[in-house]
Design a protein around this ligand. Sequence first.
Ligand code: ADP
Length: 150
Amino acid sequence: MKKAVFPGSFDPITLGHIDIINRGLILFDEIIIAIGINADKKHMFSLEDRKRQIEDTFKNESRIKVTTYKGLTVDYCKTVNAKFILRGLRNSTDFNYEQSIAQTNASLAEIESVFLVCSPKVSNISSSIVRDVIRNGGDYRNLVPRSVMI
Ligand code: ADP
């Protein structure tokens, strides 16, 4: 069974993440959406809220699991027996950032990073832009799934 971990902060989950996850389901039998716990980072949504938003979004998809983890992503992959890390690319900035992480991860463990280029309709979306729109009272309905609005 091909299992991938899709790691991230998901503060909050956006239509960009969903685009990558749905297309990842064509490649993988199971995708574990893993929210990294980083005590040093300030979040807009609590860990519980982020987890609930993702679980709610994929409640009808049995091949998606939602979890949280601490520490290195490759160590977490080993504990769940996943050989792949799934990541999304929007642009060359994402690529440059992801390249060094993927190379480091490959040197730490036998885990392949798999990148999917996002659909053009979501290439402008990031969690940080969504947080900015929310903070400033803008309409963010076209950027996130319904579960983030509840
Ligand atoms: P991180 O803090 O690890 O970057 P994020 O939650 O911001 O976590 O992102 C998780 C993954 O989703 C990353 O691979 C990121 O590039 C990808 N991603 C985020 N937004 C988009 C988008 N609009 N299109 C494609 N991939 C995206």
